[in-house]
Design a protein around this ligand. Structure first.
Ligand code: SAH
Length: 222
């Protein structure tokens, strides 16, 4: 288990440093106080390699190995805010666990988090962190997330943290009526758009937000 000191951090990983990050996100337009609280309470420095832990509270993506990155805090906050909307989902599917940071944020804001990752080594590390931080409402699975997680569907919320060129059909099908899917869509190297898809009783409605840059959503498992 981690000690309070590990979790609270010191110097560049301390509460004070985190507060600066929260203020920065607020300046950039994040208004949901619950989301800001979750960012404040989550030890991002424990989700990256010790060698770069001192940079964990900068508003920047960082490498996590296997050619992948931990998303920029602003993007995590923004996507979470869009996912919560005016009626927070109860059960959420996340595609692209990576180091598990986004899952850890979600676990404080919704009842249950189901997260899937195609790279086994990353998933194992993420699971270990969830146990260490006692985030027991997260269930993680090694699979190609383009297929969703049928067994637990439908979800009131789905969040995808890697970019496909087109939205996988399975994810649309596993979205509950009244639910929302937050996903970056677009070609690699080109502009991707952060989209929110609402499932209504009669179909799907798409809302486009800012331009973003994500690693690609790949097929199969690694
Ligand atoms: N949510 C992470 C972001 C990780 S980067 C965070 O909090 O920082 C995106 C992740 O998506 C990578 O780990 C990558 O391996 C994973 N990924 C890409 N394609 C995938 C797929 N088809 N199924 C599941 N995971 C996928």
């Amino acid at each position: 288990m981690l000690s309070e000191k590990d979790i609270n951090g010191i110097g560049m990983t301390s509460r004070r440093t985190r507060e600066r990050l929260v203020n920065r996100l607020r300046d950039k337009g994040i208004h949901n106080e619950q989301v800001l609280d979750a960012i404040r309470n989550t030890p991002r420095h424990l989700f990256v390699d010790e060698a770069i832990a001192s940079r964990a509270y900068e508003d920047t993506p960082l490498p996590i190995g296997h050619g992948q990155t931990i998303s920029q805090p602003y993007i995590v906050a923004r996507m979470t805010e869009l996912l919560l909307g005016d009626r927070p989902p109860v059960r959420v599917l996340e595609v692209g666990t990576g180091c598990g940071y986004q899952s850890a944020i979600l676990s404080q804001l919704v009842d249950r988090v189901f997260t899937v990752e195609r790279i086994q080594a990353l998933l194992q590390q993420a699971r270990k962190r969830f146990r260490q931080l006692r985030l027991y409402n997260i269930q993680a699975r090694h699979t190609d997330g383009g297929w969703g997680w049928e067994q637990h569907a439908p979800f009131e919320g789905i969040i995808v943290t890697a970019a496909p060129e087109r939205i996988p059909q399975a994810l649309l099908e596993q979205l509950d009526v009244g639910g929302r899917l937050v996903i970056p869509v677009g070609a690699q190297g080109g502009a991707q758009t952060l989209c929110v898809i609402h499932r209504t009783p009669s179909g799907f409605e798409r809302e486009d937000h800012e331009a973003v840059s994500f690693v690609p959503l790949l097929g199969g498992t690694g």
